[in-house]
Unconditional design. Structure first.
Lengths: 266, 182, 182
């Protein structure tokens, strides 16, 4: 049994979900009820157009009881299909006056869904192959060096971008109003040195990350002014490729190490 | 062969951050005989297809784009110091395929096909710009409508939606599977 | 000539955002005989120096990088101009989103929300006919009032402004962000 499940996993190319869908990682064996149902049908080598509903329902409920092979966050959805199975089973038990035509088959509603889902599953495998190749090809995500290239942070927008932008700006505003500046002197001199040292050691920094991990708002603001100072003095290059993406900062190759003391501000 | 034209096309493809479309090329270059343009583009692609080259010109999302060849993936990753690019989760891929084949489509319709709620996957896909919201459906509740984007095509190396795996291709695979199983 | 090495160098120079230095190359490739590296780099540079190529590999700030050849500058500029015209900048998008949700609105009100002056963005949006001036506010200075246009609705596939995604809808899709921000 276990072996079969593992085989199934390999076949259907279940990959660890990305961080934002992290809750699925551990539990992901059967993503959804249709997934489980298709698995049971394949395991029993059943023709999808002639499902022995009683048997499949029993198998399905067995899995549901064990619970460890289904995604618990999806329990309600698994139960919904269970209810559908039981309903179909009861319909099939009803005595019929004559041989039912295909259209009257109470299983039809389920078969149609499974067929559609099965097609999508195959399409997924085919797309996965294409994805695999494409992920190995790298295009540039930045504008190559071109003279006079101001205002190049251009993007295509859709309704989501528009709305997301607006609500994020509003949230940002809201948050700003509640920030309290705590005391603790942060000297610009020290901060400049700290940033340059960091860059010399690490090559580049994710400024947003650095910025938001500062202890106080004051320290964060001082860091920001230091960055502006460093850009002005042509010590570093800072690039933001897109709105809400991070700002990456590099030390310019031709900068003189540790000559920034004193020249940094008047 | 118009070598001058070829060189200019190389420049334009090089500076474009997205697949460079024929329309864009014509907009920049003005009047150029179609055949001349085609043959220059083909010749350029062939130049780079040479096995001694590390980069290539690919045709994707209806345009031309420079990219590294897949066999050098490991060097790129060593250089950028990153792990293998992460694939879409199976939930996201499932959602995306459904949108690709059934667009324009609403969230409720997607969830109905998958049998599970698809909010999280939609978010991932929106943020990766593989799908976009294109308006609202004239139906109770006026739900938002989704479609795949240009970036979707690019992500899978498709030139257009017509390049999606065809119904017959899928049917053939299902048939084969059936035979193996029985 | 080590063709394999040459191809890898081409790849590395291509994806490097900064001039690619010898040190960086060695860091990625590990041990490579100095002469072999030099001759591969030279050969690569020569390949591109060919007059039939539009791009070149130049040495700058102690490293190698791809750049367009100066004789094609006019085409590069034309391309960038057209590119700029056809898309929105992030500043313009921010401004547009505020006008969409807060119309009618004045420039001062927009700038107050964004925290930066928005004159330039407004100009861009007016040129693209995504917003229009609908009158003046009865307030000190009689500032101009802005609204989105029909074209704005068309562009985003909306029937009316009521169809703009609601905060709850976006919040639902963005659930995690909401938790971080609140």
């Amino acid at each position: 049994m276990n072996q079969e499940i593992q085989d199934y996993q390999v076949q259907s190319e279940i990959t660890p979900a990305s961080a934002e869908e992290g809750y699925q990682v551990k539990l992901e064996i059967f993503e959804g009820p249709l997934d489980l149902l298709l698995f049971l049908i394949r395991k029993k080598k059943i023709d999808i157009h002639d499902i022995p509903i009683a048997i499949i329902t029993r198998d399905y409920l067995e899995y549901l009881e064990k619970k460890n092979q289904i995604n618990l966050d999806r329990e309600a959805e698994f139960l919904f299909i269970a209810a559908l199975l039981i309903y179909i089973k009861s319909q099939m038990l009803l005595p019929r006056e004559q041989e039912a035509s295909q259209e009257d088959d109470p299983r039809k509603i389920l078969v149609d869904r499974l067929e559609e889902y099965q097609k999508i599953k195959v399409a997924c495998t085919l797309l996965r192959e294409k994805e695999e190749i494409q992920l190995q090809c790298w295009s540039r995500t930045f504008q190559p060096p071109i003279a006079n290239s101001n205002d190049l942070d251009l993007l295509e927008v859709d309704l989501f971008d528009l709305a997301e932008n607006f609500f994020l700006i509003m949230k940002r505003k809201e948050k700003e109003n509640f920030k309290v500046i705590k005391g603790k002197d942060v000297s610009v001199e020290e901060k400049l040195k700290e940033i340059v040292d960091y860059l010399e050691k690490n090559g580049s920094m994710d400024f947003l990350e650095y910025f938001s991990s500062r202890e106080t708002l004051e320290e964060a603001l001082v860091s920001f002014f230091c960055l502006l100072e460093l850009i002005k003095n042509r010590m570093v290059i800072a690039v933001q490729e897109q709105l809400f993406q991070t700002i990456r900062v590099w030390l310019r190759k031709d900068h003189q190490p540790h000559q920034h003391h004193g020249q940094s501000h008047e | 062969m118009n070598e001058q034209l070829k060189a200019i096309l190389e420049v334009l493809i090089f500076i474009s951050q997205e697949p460079l479309t024929l329309n864009k090329i014509k907009e920049v270059l003005g009047e150029v005989p179609e055949e001349e343009l085609d043959s220059a583009l083909q010749a350029l692609q062939q130049d780079y297809a040479d096995s001694r080259r590390g980069i290539q010109i690919i045709q994707s999302a209806g345009g031309y784009l420079f990219a590294t060849k897949p066999e050098h993936d490991q060097w790129v990753r060593r250089f950028l110091q990153i792990e293998k690019k992460s694939k879409l989760s199976s939930a996201a891929l499932e959602t995306l395929s459904i949108i690709a084949y059934h667009q324009p489509i609403t969230q409720a319709e997607i969830s109905a096909i998958r049998g599970v709620d698809s909010t999280y996957s939609l978010k991932t896909l929106l943020q990766k710009k593989l799908i976009k919201i294109v308006g609202r459906k004239k139906a109770p509740g006026n739900p938002l409508i989704y479609r795949t984007t240009e970036r979707f095509l690019q992500y899978f190396g498709l030139n257009s939606l017509d390049d999606l795996p065809k119904e017959e291709e899928i049917a053939k695979i299902l048939e084969e599977e059936k035979q193996i199983l029985s």
